[in-house]
Design a protein around this ligand. Structure first.
Ligand code: ADP
Ligand code: X15
Length: 397
């Protein structure tokens, strides 16, 4: 593996895997550009050396192939603005247009490929797809920390098609790993992990490993209701992964055995539909009526979580406490962000990561009141499990 800062990109086409999986609103405007902004130093260094850049990323989780909603064309204008130069776009990632545009790329130019996940081969880690991508450039830079926990074609499989001397991490990856290492080796207790959001089946498994590290685990957002149901609570139509209920039950038991306190939201803000104009009410999280769903933690939970956070010395946070994109369901995430900021002001070390979590912290004005903001959510949590992430291992191999 080569070193990014000493690598000379002059005359080279750098194929750079970035994580441009940014939140978009209904008009496809970017609501938080942290992940794009983070990659600018990497892109600028390659261009300043006299190289050219081919950017590749995923956006969301498209299931049906090419879909306008998930097109990376939505980020082209903003990226051009941030770079101060026009970025070209290929409406494909390995097809004729991508190949032609990549071949014609001149030093100083930037090309963005269409969403890699429009090909099912990407998530399957298909070697043929990875090799076709690899042919577009002559040096591979992985700067997608947020996706480093995925063993996909563009993050893990592709690296083998480049000589070790032409495989590198970009500045995002380097910075993220350095900061994560710092936390990994210096986590003062009480250590509180906050897990929320909506990727229940992905992140519930990570909780088990956190049991060896954390003294307290706060579970909020859509993640909470699978646990509430595992304790025989009534959750109405709240988000729930039924095939993870047994896992949740086991985790509750293991936490007790290990002396780790799992904090679930005792109450919730409930809604009659998943919409900004829903009718809302509040309820204990284990007595949510049929036809209603929990879309935020309630006031009792906010108070309880705040107390736990104020007593913490290390805080790791991934996943919002509610559907913060809608005003009616922002309060819990705001309250937790405030408590994390207050704990940080009192000397705790706090690390917040994940596309939506970072968007929330930015939106509520707390980004500079926490110790570190990571572009990765699941990736950051898996890094803390102590295992090498596939996207990192492949570049180092
Ligand atoms: N109670 C809930 N029900 C449904 N979705 C929720 C709930 N709470 C939070 N969410 C959603 O979770 C999403 C973020 O989850 P996730 O992707 O896991 O976080 P991150 O991007 O920070 O890693 C947000 O879009 C938010 O609206
Ligand atoms: O947004 C991401 O992760 P995150 O929600 O854990 O922050 C990454 O872009 C990975 O996306 P994925 O979880 O669909 O593989």
């Amino acid at each position: 593996m080569a070193n990014f800062s000493s690598y000379n990109f002059s005359g080279r086409k750098a194929l750079v895997r970035v994580d441009f999986n940014v939140p978009l609103d209904a008009s496809f405007d970017i609501t938080d550009d942290t992940r794009i902004r983070a990659t600018i130093p990497t892109i600028q260094k390659i261009l300043a050396d006299g190289g050219s850049v081919i950017l590749m990323s995923h956006l969301g989780r498209p299931k049906e192939g090419p879909t306008d909603k998930y097109s990376l064309k939505h980020v082209v204008d903003h990226l051009s603005e941030l770079l101060g130069r026009k970025v070209d776009f290929a409406a494909d990632s390995i097809g004729e247009e991508a190949v032609k545009k990549a071949a014609a790329l001149q030093p100083g130019q930037v090309l963005l490929l269409e969403n890699l996940r429009f090909y099912k081969e990407e998530e399957k880690g298909d070697p043929d797809f990875a090799q076709k991508l690899a042919r577009l450039g002559d040096v591979y830079v992985n700067d997608a920390f947020g996706t480093a926990h995925r063993a996909h074609a563009s993050t893990a499989v592709i690296a083998q098609y480049f000589e070790p001397a032409n495989r590198l991490f970009g500045t995002v990856m380097e910075g993220e790993v350095q900061s994560a290492e710092k936390v990994l080796h210096s986590s003062e207790k009480p250590f509180t992990a906050i897990i929320g959001g909506a990727k229940v089946s992905d992140k519930i498994l990570i909780i088990e490993n956190l049991l060896d590290r954390a003294t307290d685990i706060i579970i909020g957002g859509g993640m909470a209701y699978t646990f509430v149901k595992a304790m025989d609570g009534k959750i109405g139509s709240s988000l729930c992964e039924n095939d993870r209920i047994d896992t949740a039950r086991e985790l509750l038991k293991k936490a007790e055995e290990k002396g780790v306190t799992l904090h679930l939201p005792s109450d919730s803000i409930i809604a009659d539909k998943f919409a900004a104009d829903a009718d809302i009410s509040s309820a204990l999280s284990n007595t949510i009526p049929d036809g209603w769903m929990g879309l935020d933690i309630g006031p009792l939970a906010c108070d309880m979580f705040t107390k736990v956070l104020h007593a913490s010395k290390t805080i790791l946070w991934n996943g919002p406490m509610g559907v913060f994109e809608m005003e009616k369901f922002q309060h819990g995430t705001k309250a937790v962000a405030k408590a994390v900021a207050e704990a940080t002001a009192n000397g705790a070390f706090s690390l917040v990561g994940g596309g939506d979590s970072v968007a929330a912290v930015n939106q509520f004005g707390y980004h500079d009141k926490v110790s570190y903001v990571s572009t990765g959510g699941g990736a950051m949590l898996e890094y803390f499990e102590g295992k090498e992430l596939p996207g990192i291992a492949a570049v180092k191999a």
